[in-house]
Design a protein around this ligand. Structure first.
Ligand code: GDP
Length: 615
């Protein structure tokens, strides 16, 4: 039995939907957020709470068909139903993409859906009867018992009641054998919902009422939701590509009055300004030129040198009508290799490519446009979607709007030597240049020399910054709490918390970090990772988050919510680690370190990064 069927177009407008039972939460919105927007179309299905969602795309018309059912009760006809609805809807209701009119009412599709559903159910029924008659009777009974056990293992309540109900269920089970598979499913589902206790029973009751209501009256289409837009337009995400270079701020007053501070000053303030990545990080607008050039005929000589590189290879495959997997595969192979060569993790490159293929298959080609151009555009869009932060990464704006009772707190974590303290000092320099008063909390109470390193940074950074330290061997969580209290007292509006470097598998140190985070609830918890190590950083980040979840006691553990990628200046154009990290964690890259001076910190420019990846 299915719970819901939804048809929507890629812009987000729901064209038609039908719910058979009240739906808990919004699983389809979750599908849009975590699969469509994240370009994970290559996964076969999605589980959201108790639901499983399967889908099919009609790329030519830009339609998405989604069936939602209970995870424990997958209807055998789900795929058949999807295919049949897709075929009918695409051919009859929506013959061409041009025929789409957002005001059109698709409620007349409801009776047709009913009959397609019945046909799919009947087909599955007949197929299973055939299997049943050819199977040994004792085997089918054994299977029923096994299925029932599997079902009850999933539900703690039913485990408790399991043995008491066992004989009664056995009897029911024998009776079940005489029912059709669909009736059996329905029956087991009702029994399952009833076993889930009061809430489940109520849901089942509502479900039955709903079902009765809907089958006795006009088939109910969620007309009110027909024009419901279930996700923000990707346009708004893509247009947020403001210039991100903030390095022109005035330098702060330097108080470097001892030899060590002078050495630091040379290293962090006067060192050669690294320009290697300015091109990648700050070339605004050029990406748009690329798109214009893509739209032109492939034979334009003047553009050839500008489109040189990997993607030139595919030019010339023009004039096909509808894209097939066979057209796309050889082209996609090269794009995959290109991404892997840029240091995108192989499995992530595979998933990305597979989702682009899924989004293009069946799409009609514009005339005089090569497969390479179409793929490049689709991949560009997919990468832009992945890399564009879902939430603000504007720390200055967040600090400005912090009207809380305490200063704005940022904590830094990561393994040893990745550039945590340097990135903290660079952020401090940035904040001082924007008029903030910063207290640095020396919470690496573990590594000898860590406090002195910060003290020297503070001397170099000049006015407006103070170090709070309690020496070594102290509880880092308590030191951070004292620093925040002191900063509030002295009217510092930002506290930057340095923490000890730790390997992701070091349990005692991860426990201490979790405590620091849980006790002090920083406004931002930055993970600092090297662009250099690339995919190892993905492993580190994943394990940091897992440990933070495990070692915090509250219901909503505070996790990493921003990434600083350091040493970008050492990786040539192998910028793929950025994609791997964001794809894996969904967290934005807030800053990029491009050298050893205080000025070598940038906010990430999505457009430029995508350009570098596709060069
Ligand atoms: P921590 O142990 O994580 O606190 O690491 P540190 O802040 O002490 O940095 C370790 C080394 O990495 C130092 O030599 C830094 O100068 C260097 N470093 C930090 N960030 C960058 C960067 O963006 N580029 C380069 N080239 N070096 C960096």
């Amino acid at each position: 039995m299915i719970d819901q069927f939804v048809i929507f177009e890629k812009g987000g407008t729901v064209l038609w939907s039908r719910s058979f039972v009240p739906i808990k939460g919004d699983p389809v919105a979750m599908l849009v957020r975590s699969v469509l927007l994240e370009d994970r179309l290559s996964i076969p299905e999605l589980n959201v709470n108790n639901y499983t969602l399967r889908w099919q795309l009609d790329n030519q018309r830009g339609l998405i068909f989604v069936v939602v059912f209970q995870k424990q009760l997958p209807p055998p006809y789900a795929d058949d139903l999807l295919a049949a609805v897709r075929q009918h809807f695409s051919n009859v209701e929506f013959p061409t993409a041009e025929s789409f009119n957002p005001d059109r009412d698709f409620s007349s599709f409801s009776p047709t859906f009913e009959s397609i559903l019945k046909t799919s159910e009947r087909k599955a029924d007949a197929a299973s009867k055939l299997t049943r008659t050819s199977a040994q009777p004792h085997k089918s009974k054994a299977k029923n018992v096994k299925n029932r056990k599997l079902l009850s293992e999933d539900t703690p309540d039913s485990q408790q009641n399991g043995s008491a109900d066992e004989h009664q269920n056995e009897g029911e089970n024998n009776a079940e054998d005489s029912l059709s598979p669909e009736e059996q499913l329905k029956r087991r589902r009702e029994a399952f919902l009833a076993r889930r206790g009061g809430r489940g029973r109520r849901t089942a009751g509502v479900a039955n009422r709903e079902r009765t209501k809907q089958t006795s009256a006009e088939p109910s289409t969620d007309a009110s939701s027909r024009k419901k837009v279930i996700r923000p337009s990707t346009k708004s995400i893509q247009t947020d590509l403001a210039s991100l270079d903030f390095s022109e701020g005035k330098p702060t007053d330097i108080v470097a009055d001892d030899r060590e501070a002078r050495k630091f000053r040379e290293q962090y303030l006067d060192g050669p300004r690294n320009k290697a990545y300015d091109d990648i990080l700050n070339s605004e607008g050029e990406g748009d030129e690329d798109h214009d050039e893509d739209d032109e005929s492939d034979g334009d000589d003047t553009n050839q040198s500008r489109t040189a590189g990997l993607f030139n290879y595919f030019k010339g495959l023009a004039g096909m009508r509808s894209l097939t997997r066979a057209d796309l595969n050889p082209v996609m192979e090269k794009f995959r290799d290109g991404l892997v060569a840029k240091n995108v993790a192989k499995d992530i490159a595979d998933k990305l490519i597979e989702s682009v293929v899924a989004s293009l298959e069946g799409k009609t080609m514009e005339s005089m446009t090569s497969v390479s151009t179409i793929v490049r555009r689709a991949l560009d869009e997919a990468l832009t979607r992945i890399l564009t932060p879902r939430q603000s990464t504007d720390i200055l704006a967040e600090i400005a709007s912090n009207k809380g009772a305490r200063p704005y707190v940022i904590a830094y974590c990561g393994v040893n030597g990745v550039g945590k303290s340097t990135s903290l000092a660079k952020t401090c320099y940035y904040l001082l240049n924007h008029g903030h008063k910063v207290m640095i909390a020396a919470c690496d109470t573990f590594r000898a020399g860590a406090v002195e390193q910060l003290r020297t940074h503070v001397k170099c950074l000049g006015r407006g910054v103070e170090l709070f330290d309690r020496g070594y061997g102290k509880d880092a969580a308590a030191v951070a709490a004292d620093a925040i209290r002191k900063a509030k007292e002295l009217k510092y509006n930002v506290v930057l918390v340095d923490t000890a470097g730790r390997m992701q598998d070091n349990e005692p140190l991860m426990r201490a970090l979790a405590k620091l985070v849980e006790v002090n609830r920083p406004d931002r918890l930055f993970f600092v990772g090297e662009a250099l190590v690339g995919n190892d950083a993905v492993d580190q980040l994943t394990k940091f988050n897992a440990a933070l979840t495990d070692h915090q006691s509250g219901a909503s553990p505070r996790l990493i919510d921003g990434i600083i990628l350091t040493k970008f200046d050492t990786i040539d154009d192998k910028v793929g680690a950025a994609v791997s990290m964001v794809y894996t964690t969904g967290q934005p890259i807030v800053f990029i370190g491009i050298g050893q001076t205080y000025m070598d910190l940038r906010r990430m420019n999505t457009r430029s990064l995508v350009k570098a990846l596709l060069k």
